[in-house]
Design a protein around this ligand. Structure first.
Ligand code: NAD
Length: 293
């Protein structure tokens, strides 16, 4: 069994990005610039955004963290997005989800210029993804594809089972794995909360991508020998022995499933780190597409 170490794979992506930025700077060009909007003070969102900003610095990008209180109006947020859309020195815009209930997620996502949509959530980006056109791929599925590439995991002709159909993970993942791509060409089954015979389907899987947000859900009896297991889940579970009072758990029961698998991602230290690698790659691409450098 091989551990698919996100730290290793992400470091290799970041090393290449850093080398590209070094060349830009040597040629007196400006740095790629990611603007991140964070609303309120949700602990997990704070951690994710802080990590995105830190990683931007590591590869030599500029980043702006724009913070708003929970009571910001939808209009104020949309107006900030328009301002960033019109700012030629900003290449990528991300609005950390979830948003406060009084703000429409769909409206906010649609307000971001598709040219700066480095999260890949805009309907234009999703439409292009479905059609196999060049676009920004949502960061988590993109990160998983980069991980499969890094560790030379064969996907062609395999049966991949994706558990979870969200717009940010499961659905785009199913599209990518089924597309005509070096890390695609799988036969994909997309499962969700209304799938009755999940265990039976999972037992036929060569690759399982678990993205349902239920800690420890995938058990040994759901996995065939030698399967590749990609665990996307990140749930904070209480743990009095941990410094912060919680620890992070994935959607896979790692201790049970790892010995049966041929390769498995750990949580933490797996897909989460690759998500940031995907976001950074999208940001550099947005910079390259931006003519004002
Ligand atoms: P979501 O809540 O939007 O979607 C969950 C999906 O799982 C739904 O489509 C639902 O139908 C399905 N589901 C729920 N219970 C199920 C069951 N019993 N059987 C089969 N399907 C079931 O979640 P999301 O935003 O896609 O996130 C999923 C998990 O991945 C969460 O733990 C989240 O924190 C994590 N996540 C991790 C990263 C990362 O970078 N590693 C990024 C995004 C999300």
């Amino acid at each position: 069994m091989k551990i698919l170490d996100g730290k290793l794979a992400a470091a290799s992506v970041k090393q290449i990005l850093k080398a590209e930025v070094d060349i830009l700077l040597q040629n007196n060009q400006r740095k790629p610039h990611l603007a991140a909007i964070l609303i309120g003070n949700n602990g997990a969102s704070e951690t994710y955004v802080a990590s995105k900003v830190k990683n931007c610095e590591e590869v030599g990008f500029e980043s702006s963290l724009i913070r708003f209180e929970n009571n910001i109006t939808e209009e104020q947020l949309l107006s900030k997005i328009t301002e960033l859309n019109n700012d030629n020195t900003v290449d990528g815009i991300l609005v950390q989800l979830p948003l406060p209930k009084h703000i429409s997620e769909a409206k906010v996502i649609e307000a971001i210029s598709p040219a700066k949509d480095v999260d890949g959530f805009h309907p234009v980006s999703v439409g292009k993804l479905v059609q196999g056109l060049q676009t920004f791929i949502p960061a988590t599925p993109y990160g998983i594809m980069l991980m499969l590439e890094h560790f030379n995991i064969e996907t062609k002709g395999k049966h991949a089972v994706v558990i979870g159909r969200s717009n940010i993970v499961g659905r785009p993942m199913s599209i990518l794995l089924s597309s005509n791509h070096p890390q695609g060409n799988s036969t994909v089954t997309l499962c969700h909360s209304h799938t009755p015979n999940l265990q039976e389907i999972c037992l036929q899987a060569d690759i399982i991508v678990a993205a349902l947000g239920k800690p420890g859900f995938v058990k040994a009896e759901m996995v065939k020998d030698g399967a590749v297991i990609i665990d996307v889940g990140i749930t904070r579970v209480e743990d009095a022995t941990a410094k912060k009072g919680f620890r992070i758990k994935g959607d896979v029961d790692f201790d049970e499933v790892a010995p049966k698998s041929s390769a498995i991602t750990p949580v933490p230290g797996g897909v989460g780190l690759m998500t940031i690698a995907g976001l950074l790659k999208n940001t550099l691409q947005a910079y390259k597409n931006n003519s004002v450098n």
